[in-house]
Design a protein around this ligand. Sequence first.
Ligand SMILES: Cc1cc2nc3c(=O)[nH]c(=O)nc-3n(C[C@H](O)[C@H](O)[C@H](O)COP(=O)(O)O)c2cc1C
Length: 339
Amino acid sequence: MKHTYAPIGLYSLCKPLLFRIPPEKAHKLSLRALGLAGSLPPARYVLKRFFSPDTQSLSLFGHTFINRIGMAAGYDKNAQALDGLEGMGFGHIEVGTITPKPQKGNPNPRVHRLPQESALVNRLGFPNDGLDIIAKRIESYCNRRNKRYSGPRPILGINIGKNKTTANAQAYLDYKECFTRLKDVADYITINVSSPNTPNLRALQSEEELEKILTPILDIRQKSASHVPILVKLSPNLEHNTRTGMIQKLVEWSVDGVILSNTTKTSHPWEGGKSGAPLHDATLSLIQETRSRFPNLVIIASGGIGLDGDLQTFIEAGADLIQIWTALVYRGPYLLRRL
Ligand SMILES: Cc1cc2nc3c(=O)[nH]c(=O)nc-3n(C[C@H](O)[C@H](O)[C@H](O)COP(=O)(O)O)c2cc1C
């Protein structure tokens, strides 16, 4: 079925203005505004008062989530707007993708809107400030947050990847480095092997490659005091048998869950990863199918989520949590209360 995302409330007035600005600039602007709002207590109150959804908490892999709605990876890649995203009432926020070394990503323009489809196509290629800088930013956010109050807070996921210049044969070292530095500051860590915009990254989606990446990480986790949950984010473009075989292995290795899925690879009208409304039905089927095969696996749904009532729809399909990204661009911040 073809779905579209209509803007909600006052966002109907802001959206045409925002859509006159190139997509990546508009995104940077919204990040800056959220970062600023998050740093001012009265503005944080306003965010909470207008956008924050009902709290219906749940316990999952040792954490209490205040609600099941999360901000997907790639929105706040560099951990610059965590206070603002917290103010909006997200139950969890996934920072990243972070790579060991800073990198610029692909040349511009690298994000496009497809308004008729309520979709985006991006080929960013993990631009980010690098592990050291972002880890310090996250630590300083955690200190601020702990000083503010000791009450419920969003769960902080950190999504890690490899640098473009790292060959696949050495990729496990990049994941290991990120994991080692971030394991004590993250509430969960996502191994991202599914972005279509880093050459050959998706070739890491095999039992053999994942074993090479996960063995040292699981070993470090076993020896450390904190048992940080580990998730793997997969592509929606995998063959059925490859995907189920891989998930079966993840379960055997005691990986805590999966994120289904990332953007879908496209080459028309632009090369990159497509996100938004066109992914909705495929994500739903994938969640239903995965849940029926793996009744005890933690599943986070991502991809095309953003219609009114989608939270219930995806929970009934078998998701434990949902994440949003593109729908926020088309529908605005009131979306959290409509899901
Ligand atoms: C501009 C943009 C950048 C993204 N960057 C990342 C990223 O760095 N890491 C990642 O795992 N997913 C990234 N994603 C994928 C999202 O996290 C999400 O899985 C995908 O967009 C599908 O959800 P949606 O249809 O709600 O947007 C990005 C998505 C967009 C639109």
